[in-house]
Design a protein around this ligand. Structure first.
Ligand SMILES: [Zn+2]
Length: 153
């Protein structure tokens, strides 16, 4: 079985990392629909997001929150969307989407309607240069650490 996300977690495939800890990693998407788009995934290979332990799912959301705030600061999208559609790579992932308008997620850069179906298809979205992804990852890196506690447990 070969899973590109497991290869990235094991550092056998290239990625522009934003964050990593014992449970999850975050890295830039290869075909971003907007600058700053990135993913948070569990280190463990789990296909369905709903099969993740609650603690892992909550941790993914916490990391996404902190990266999402930084995405807003750096890239100034109208809104930051969190998307778990479950398709594409069969390894649970949450996509942080800097949205440039209310139809960003349903635009033909991300998904489109073919016949009567919504199809997630990035074939119309170019693959970004690694140097650009690395630069964006550096801008977002460090943001996923928990904020320092201001006293008290
Ligand atoms: Zn995997």
């Amino acid at each position: 079985m070969s899973c590109i996300f497991c290869e990235i977690v094991a550092r056998r495939a290239p990625a522009s990392f934003v964050h990593e800890d014992e449970l999850v990693v975050a890295f830039m998407t290869l075909q971003p629909t907007a600058p700053g788009e990135c993913l948070v995934i569990p280190r463990a290979h789990v296909d369905h997001f709903t099969d993740l332990p609650d603690t892992t799912a909550l941790h993914i959301m916490g990391v996404a929150q902190r990266i999402g705030r930084r995405v807003r600061e750096v890239f100034r999208p109208e809104r930051v969307g969190f998307l778990v559609h479950g398709y594409g790579v069969a390894h649970a992932h949450l996509i942080i989407v800097p949205q440039q308008g209310p139809h960003h997620l349903t635009s033909d850069r991300f998904a489109r309607i073919v016949g009567d179906r919504v199809v997630f298809d990035l074939s119309r979205t170019p693959i970004a240069d690694r140097s650009v992804l690395d630069a964006h990852a550096r801008l977002l890196a460090g943001s996923a650490e928990p904020p320092p506690r201001d006293g008290g447990p």
